[in-house]
Design a protein around this ligand. Structure first.
Ligand code: NAI
Length: 683
């Protein structure tokens, strides 16, 4: 709602009231309409000030209302009416003026903002544009160039710029808009909203105000009805749902049991360990960084402080808050509260490290492992207190990537899980608790996606064709470019550890009763580990090179391989590439929900959006499945499984079949459905 009061003299004060951020719900909009009318009618009032209660102007539209029918006065005419009144109206902005809140302020005749207020139009991040006049009023107020930057990225604005920037368009406005459009199209990888934002701003620059407003309305209608806006709003909300998970033991946990960590250690200073040290230090935690190989230690003690300084600078911190000490001696971790192990992905090595840790650490020290998929419980078993062991699976680069998968073993205590989850949040990450199985959630699904990509190469596709189809869908990098970046040896170690490959592969293509492609193993055996060796699925300008170029060696290698295995190359359409890679991954997502390794579809989707580059405007793999239609996914999986009976993971999951049989309920209802099915032992 909105309250009305008359200040001493002739000023009416309208205060928006809707905790926590005074979002423009139907009741607040109605309150604004009523109180503005009252101010107009009151002959003693000569001017009006609009503010928000509790030091916050307005956080914008109430997104929860998007899902239902529109109730209360619509925003656009309400703002128009304020703009049209003949008594001056000023917005007094403190705290936040975001989205519809800023658009309300833009419709006022004057704005006064606290220098620390946060102003912005983040609609683009929800798949929309600022559709209450934002794309038309803002450029007229702060100039086209600044408005383009703000509206197409959704980044907040320094309020001091509102009053100081000139508003005219630059003389070469068309070429500016063309340039911005090209950049936005490239950056947004298929997302509609940023492109529509540029179109709306082009209208602001070229059309009279009323026609500009019409264009804005048309574009908003298109976006509002697009699946992308629904996907982005789902992604926004799913972040809040994740993290609520009961442990396999049935015990639940909450933040109250979390310990606040101030001293930690990281073991192993390779790619991951270095990033984890930086992430901890940026959170104000003192870190003991341990590495046993002298050369690695020397390199890391140069590289880590530089990484930390760079990242602190990027975040506007003059000095990084945490202190780092380097050591080659595991004994030096005896005083810390948490140890995160990040040595090679080798079970016997990790067991050795955990045995050592449990003997040198104080009793009660939490032990985390950054393993990509090994059994957390096996590690816990060699320690004195298995309840204190959890998986803390970071993603590369660990100080940048937003995801932390917290892996709960069957014996992990609520306290250990809560501490890891809360630490992730302190580091600014999205923490998702998952169960303990090979590959956990993210890598368990990824394995099948990678596997399909390799099969497609065997059947006739090139790495470029596969990558292009995936990049066209919206991934920042296709699977082969990604493998080259992270290093082909990472997966190779894991497959060797799982007994799937050995040097000099020449035998059958089917291992342990299922189809297996040794292509990536053979690449590693040929010394092609990706960017680090200058050669992988592509060629680069020497080791560490970044620009991928097609490599004739790979094409000959694939032809030879196909000839040796009697495979005839066929032409494979991008649709088949997408279906085979994405539906295999999605199918495993259903299996994961079925065996309760993840709490719900939102958890899987958050993992994929924040850890694996799944395009946010497609919501996440499980949300995407719902948008494609579960019936269609089921039918295509049947089709591909029929064509590839030696790939058991293409066989549709029981949960998917049951969901389709139940009429394909929306993704938000799956948790409830799964719980019911479980009670009735249908899963
Ligand atoms: P890496 O090979 O870059 O680094 C491992 C480091 O551990 C090396 O510097 C090695 O000298 C050191 N080390 C080995 N034994 C040690 C010991 N006993 N004490 C102290 N240091 C020791 O490996 P990377 O890529 O950093 O992987 C580390 C772990 O993180 C693995 O479990 C891996 O599966 C996991 N991981 C890797 C990701 C990636 O993208 N590279 C992503 C997520 C997890």
């Amino acid at each position: 709602m909105a309250t009305y009061s008359r200040l001493p003299g002739s000023v009416a004060l309208i205060t928006l009231q809707n905790p926590p951020v005074n979002a423009l719900s139907a009741a607040v909009r109605q309150g604004i309409v009523d109180t503005v009318q009252r101010a107009l009618k009151d002959p003693k009032v000569t001017s009006v000030v609009i503010c928000g209660q509790n030091g916050k102007f307005c956080g914008g539209a109430d997104i929860r209302e998007f899902a239902g029918p529109m109730l209360g006065p619509p925003l656009v005419p309400m703002i128009h009416a304020i703009e049209a009144v003949d008594k001056p109206v000023a917005a007094a902005i403190e705290g936040v003026a975001l989205g519809g809140g800023l658009e309300l302020a833009l419709g006022c005749h004057y704005r006064i903002a606290h220098s620390k207020a946060l102003l912005g139009l983040p609609e683009v991040t929800l798949g929309l544009l600022p559709g209450a006049g934002g794309t038309q009023r803002l450029p007229r107020l702060i100039g086209l160039t600044a408005a383009l930057d703000l509206i197409t990225t959704g980044q907040p604005l320094d309020p001091r710029r509102l009053s100081t920037l000139p508003c005219p368009c630059p003389p070469d406005v068309d070429s500016l808009l063309d340039k911005v459009m090209a950049k936005v199209r490239q950056r947004s990888r298929g997302a509609l909203a940023p492109v529509a934002c540029v179109q709306a701003l082009r209208a602001a620059a070229s059309l009279p105000y009323t026609q500009g407003m019409e264009k804005e309305r048309d574009l908003m209608t298109t976006l509002f009805n697009s699946g992308q806006a629904r996907a982005l709003q789902y992604a926004f909300f799913s972040q809040r749902v994740v993290g609520k998970w009961s442990l396999p033991s049935g015990a639940s946990w909450d933040n109250s049991t979390a310990r606040t960590i101030s001293k930690a250690a990281v073991i192993g200073l390779g790619t991951m360990g270095r990033g984890i040290v930086v992430a901890l230090a940026l959170t104000g935690i003192s870190v003991v960084a341990v590495e046993t190989q002298e050369k690695q230690l020397a390199e890391a003690s140069q590289a880590v402080p530089a990484m930390l300084q760079r990242e602190a600078g990027r975040r506007g911190l003059a000095t990084p808050p945490g202190v780092i000490s380097f050591s080659s001696n595991l004994q030096d971790v005896s005083e810390v509260e948490l140890v995160i192990e990040a040595v090679f992905e080798d079970m016997s090595l990790k067991l050795q490290v955990f045995r050592h840790l449990t003997s040198v650490c104080r009793p009660g020290t939490l032990l985390g492992s950054n393993t990509s998929g090994l059994d957390i419980d096996q590690l816990a078993a060699v320690t004195q207190n298995p309840g204190l062991v959890v998986g803390m699976h970071f993603f590369a680069p660990a100080h940048v990537m937003k995801l932390l998968e917290v892996v709960c073993g069957p014996r992990s205590s609520p306290e250990a899980v809560a501490t890891a989850m809360q630490l992730g949040k302190r580091m600014g990450k999205v923490s998702v608790a998952v169960g303990n199985c090979p590959g956990f959630v993210g890598n368990r699904m990824l394995k099948l996606y990678l596997e399909q990509a390799n099969f497609l190469l065997e059947e006739g596709a090139t790495p470029q064709q596969v990558d292009e189809a995936l990049e066209e869908f919206g991934f920042p990098m296709g699977v082969f470019r990604m493998s080259d970046l992270s290093g082909l040896d990472v997966g190779w170690r894991i497959r060797k550890e799982a007994g799937l490959t050995w040097p000099g592969v020449e035998s059958t293509r089917t291992r342990q009763g299922r189809r297996y492609s040794p292509l990536p193993d053979q690449m590693c055996e040929a010394g092609r580990l990706g960017q680090k060796t200058g050669k992988g699925w592509y060629q680069y300008d020497g080791p560490g090179g970044r620009v991928a170029r097609s490599d004739p060696w790979v094409h000959i290698f694939l032809e030879t391989y196909r000839a040796e295995h009697g495979l005839v190359a066929r032409s494979i359409a991008p649709e088949e590439i997408l279906e085979r890679c994405l539906y295999a991954l999605i199918n495993e997502g259903f299996n994961i929900l079925q065996d309760a390794t993840a709490a719900g579809p939102e958890d899987i989707d958050a993992i994929y959006v924040f850890g694996y580059g799944w395009p946010r405007h497609h919501g996440g793999p499980m949300f995407h499945a719902g948008q494609v239609g579960l019936g269609r996914i089921l039918e295509r999986l049947h089709h591909h499984h029929h064509n590839h009976p030696d790939v058991p993971h293409l066989k549709p999951s029981t949960l998917l079949r049951r969901l389709v049989a139940a009429g394909s309920p929306p993704v938000q209802k799956w948790r409830e459905f799964i719980n019911k099915e479980r009670v009735h032992s249908q899963l």
